[in-house]
Structures are given as structure tokens and as C-alpha cells.
Write a protein that binds this ligand. Structure first.
Ligand code: ZN
Length: 491
């Protein structure tokens, strides 16, 4: 038996539609009265698309806004349950498994983390896991993750507490869904925040943006202690359990020095399947633009294949209505890690627009000019040349005619793909021009992408505002270092 027999056999489309990641390209599953809601038909066409791309699992985060008493009982929660059960049934007809990702103990709209060492709080957490798994009995996989947001370091809680309490919850899940696979997440430096997160005096587990960076401190001794604890307790997880572990205990999954996970991944893989959970690869969580980070994506897949017997992993998106190419490339990166990402992009564009579509490919990487989490693309050219290229891209897009192919379902249609890419090409053309009206372009971008936040109270996570500023400020020449988004950068 070769070590890499099963590489890429689980290919997960992970759509994060949490309340801090709302935008025009993401389904709004949380505010029925606001725009961007998806009909059942939207979901079915999305499943058709990802199945044809090569995905065999669909993952969603059961966000804290839903993971609470009000969340499950409300009209919103009941409609969410109805639609998710519809989606589960439909996905199964396309051989796509469905997995729910749930933070161990983070609850409610205000992302409050309950403490496993406080009896009433832990009882409430157990009740919520029980109620939600009973509501979604068709789930194939239930993934427990440490937080982000969330995690506890009150009352003596550590990473070991997270591991022990996750085992307890895993058995609870299996009582309700006996056939479910458990996935256990090591996400973070590792086990995001547990025993690390520092709150100010009187902190009772509520989410505080300013404190989030403390969850990302890497500590070699802590890592060894808690990873050894995980190894020791692996046999106590119910069968089957797989472990999500990236190549590095850092946001970009980089296996450098003490932060490399390769030893641990191999130790775990002796008895349990492992998957990566690297969402820096496709989109990161900030800049909403058409993405093209495929050189690193394929390099990282090859590193994973070499490093440990990885079974598969996620392809993260918060913009499924914009970044279909990124999802296609990501599915292909599992199926064919040695593939040529340029050729794969050409195939994609040809399927949408015929042979002329292939001419788009050299331009698409230019959108990755924004310094951002997970973006390692270097666009190095004079601004005048960049501006000229964007003028050419606008012309090219305007000359294309969409093709519809039954064997390559795209959701939404190729017409919408064209329309949205034209929006970004014109925006980046104007931002790189001689004397842009930055304020008006800022407004134009915000209204196109993030208008939904104008109708919501200020969110606990200021990400949409920061991400918009990062894009505009880059062209203003104000950004001289990678965009700092609170809670994501460890330095
Ligand atoms: Zn605690």
C-alpha cells in the first residue's frame, strides 16, 4: 500500500455564510427581511455546479447566531432547518455528503463562549448540540472546531479541556446520528484560543474584538502538551473520526520551524484520516474580488501530499456567486495536484465563453494586487501598465458571448459571471487611473458588495469596513504592509 493512496479523496466545498461575511455574492441565511436570500432552486443549482466541479462534500458553519435557544426556535431557525434538510436530501442525489461545522461552545448573536467548567453553561451547550443534531438527522459528517470566534480560558480551561469536552460531544452526536462521521478540528496555533484568549477583568466569555489577537499566540511547549494529549485521547473518539489539521499552526498553514504540523499529522494518520482545513488558499476571509491564487494552491496541495497521508480538505468560499473559477481550480487541485492551473483556468473560461474565453486568463491574476491574508501573488508592474491592462480586460470581457453547456452547470449563469467581472475590471481600471475619485469608487464598491450592512446594526467584527478600506487604500498608495485585519495576524 502506498502512503498516498487516498490523497484528495474527500473534496469539501466549504461555504462560510456567517454574519460577519455577508456580501452580495454569499447566501444570506440569517436575515429573512434583507436581500441576498437563496431559494431552494439556487441551492440545488449550486449543488449541481459543485458536484460537476468534482466536490463530494458540502460544508456549512452552523453559526453562533443559530447555535442558541432563540436560533433554533425562531422562524429564522426553523426555515434554516427546513432548507438545510432540503439541501441534504438533494446533495445526496448528487453523491455529495453534507457536513456541519460547529464551534464547541460559542453561542448566540454576540458570539458568547460558554465555559465547560461552569455546570449550567456546559449543560446549555450540551442541550444545543442535542437539539441541533436532532434537527439535522441527515448530516453525514459533524465537525467540531475550537472557535474563531470563541474559545475559553476561564476557570482553568485549556486546549486539553477543548479536546476532552469535544469527545463528550462527539458521543452525544453519535447517539442522535449513529452513522455520522465526526471531524475534529485543530484549527489555530493549535486549538484556537483555548487557554490562550485573554479577557479583561470580569470577562465572562463574551466576544471582544480587541482581545482576539491573543488567541493566535504560538507557544511550543503548549503545542507539544496539547497535541500529545490529543494523540493519547484519539482512541476515545467514536468511529469514524477524522482530524482536520493544516500543515502549519498559523493562519496560512505554513510548515515553518516549530509551527510545522508534519510530525503530528503523520502520528494522527497512523490511526485516523486527516484533512486539511486551509482557507487561506482560495480566498482568505477579507478582500472580496475575483480570486486567482492558484500557483500557491497547487504548490500547497503537493506539499500536503508529500508531508503526510492527507485524505482531502476544504475549498473555502464566502463568495460562491463570484469565485466559481477558484472553486473549480480548488476541486481540481485535489483530483490532480500535478495539474497546470493555467490550463485549468483556460478550460474553465472556454466552457463559459468558447475559445475566445481563454484570452481572459493572463488578466485574471491582476485582481490579486491587494495585500491580504493568504495572498502570495506578486503583481509587479508600473501603475500605468496595470491601468492599460485593465482597459484591455474591459474590452475583452465586452467582446465575449456566453455559452451554455449542460455538462458544465454554472451557478449563477455565465452572463452573471461576465457582468460581475466587468464590474471589477472597470473598478480596478478606474482605481489605477491618473486621478481617481477614490471616495466615489469606495462608495461604488461598498454599495455593490456590502450594501446589506447598511441595513444592519454595527457588527461586532468590523471586517467589511476594513476590507473595503484595504482595497481603496492600496490604490491610494496608503498600504505599505499586508492588510491588518484584527484577529487574523499573529504578529
Ligand atoms: Zn472555561
Amino acid at each position: 500500500m502506498t502512503k498516498h493512496n487516498n490523497f484528495g479523496s474527500r473534496r469539501i466545498y466549504y461555504n462560510n455564510f456567517a454574519s460577519h461575511l455577508l456580501n452580495a455574492y454569499n447566501p444570506n441565511m440569517l436575515y429573512p427581511e434583507l436581500p441576498n436570500r437563496w431559494s431552494d432552486e439556487d441551492w440545488r443549482r449550486c449543488i449541481d455546479m459543485i458536484a460537476s466541479f468534482g466536490f463530494n462534500a458540502f460544508e456549512f458553519w452552523l453559526v453562533p447566531r443559530l447555535f442558541c435557544r432563540e436560533g433554533i426556535k425562531s422562524e429564522l431557525g426553523q426555515e434554516f432547518i427546513r432548507q438545510m434538510n432540503m439541501l441534504i436530501d438533494y446533495a445526496h442525489t448528487r453523491n455529495v455528503e453534507v457536513m456541519a461545522l460547529i464551534s464547541l461552545a460559542t453561542v448566540g448573536t454576540d458570539w458568547h463562549t460558554f465555559c465547560p467548567n461552569v455546570k449550567e453553561e456546559w449543560n446549555e451547550v450540551r442541550n444545543l448540540w442535542d437539539a441541533w443534531t436532532k434537527a439535522l438527522l441527515g448530516l453525514d459528517i459533524v465537525s467540531i472546531f475550537p472557535g474563531d470566534p470563541g474559545a475559553c480560558s476561564r476557570n482553568g480551561c485549556t486546549a486539553e479541556t477543548y479536546i476532552d469536552k469535544s469527545i463528550e460531544i462527539a458521543h452525544l452526536i453519535k447517539r442522535n446520528i449513529p452513522d455520522a462521521e465526526i471531524e475534529f478540528g485543530t484549527w489555530g496555533p493549535p486549538f484556537f484560543g483555548w487557554g490562550l484568549l485573554e479577557g479583561s477583568k470580569g470577562w465572562k466569555g463574551e466576544f471582544v474584538q480587541e482581545d482576539q489577537h491573543t488567541a493566535w499566540r504560538f507557544d511550543k511547549e503548549r503545542t507539544e502538551r496539547c497535541m500529545n494529549h490529543l494523540l493519547k485521547r484519539l482512541p476515545d473518539f467514536p468511529d469514524p473520526t477524522s482530524i482536520a489539521i493544516n500543515l502549519g499552526f498559523n493562519p496560512d498553514g505554513t510548515p515553518d520551524g516549530d509551527q510545522s504540523t508534519i510530525y503530528w499529522a503523520n502520528e494522527i494518520a497512523k490511526t485516523h484520516r486527516i484533512n486539511s482545513w486551509d482557507f487561506s488558499l482560495t480566498e482568505g476571509e477579507n478582500a472580496i474580488i475575483p480570486h486567482f491564487r492558484f500557483e500557491r494552491l497547487f504548490e500547497q496541495r503537493k506539499r500536503e501530499r508529500l508531508a503526510a497521508p492527507y485524505n482531502g480538505g476544504i475549498s473555502y468560499t464566502m463568495t460562491p456567486l463570484l469565485n466559481q473559477l477558484s472553486l473549480y481550480e480548488s476541486a481540481q487541485s485535489f483530483l490532480n495536484p500535478d495539474g497546470d492551473y493555467i490550463e485549468i483556468a483556460e478550460t474553465f473560461c472556454e466552457k463559459l465563453f468558447g475559445c475566445a474565453g481563454k484570452e481572459l486568463v493572463p488578466y485574471l491574476e491582476l485582481f490579486e494586487v491587494i495585500p491580504d491574508w493568504g495572498n502570495h501573488v506578486i503583481v509587479d508592474m508600473p501603475k500605468e501598465e496595470y491601468h492599460q491592462k485593465m482597459i484591455e480586460l474591459v474590452d475583452l470581457l465586452q467582446s465575449l458571448t456566453p455559452v451554455h453547456r449542460d455538462d458544465f452547470p454554472i451557478h449563477p449563469s455565465p452572463e452573471v459571471w461576465l457582468h460581475e467581472h466587468l464590474f471589477f475590471a472597470k473598478l480596478f481600471r478606474d482605481l489605477s487611473g491618473l486621478s481617481p475619485d477614490f471616495d466615489s469608487l469606495h462608495e461604488q464598491y461598498w454599495n455593490h458588495v456590502y450594501a446589506i450592512y447598511d441595513k444592519l446594526p454595527t457588527h461586532v467584527d468590523p471586517r467589511p469596513k476594513n476590507a473595503t478600506n484595504t482595497i481603496i487604500n492600496y490604490f491610494r498608495g496608503l498600504t505599505d504592509k499586508p492588510g491588518f485585519i484584527p484577529g487574523k495576524w499573529s504578529k
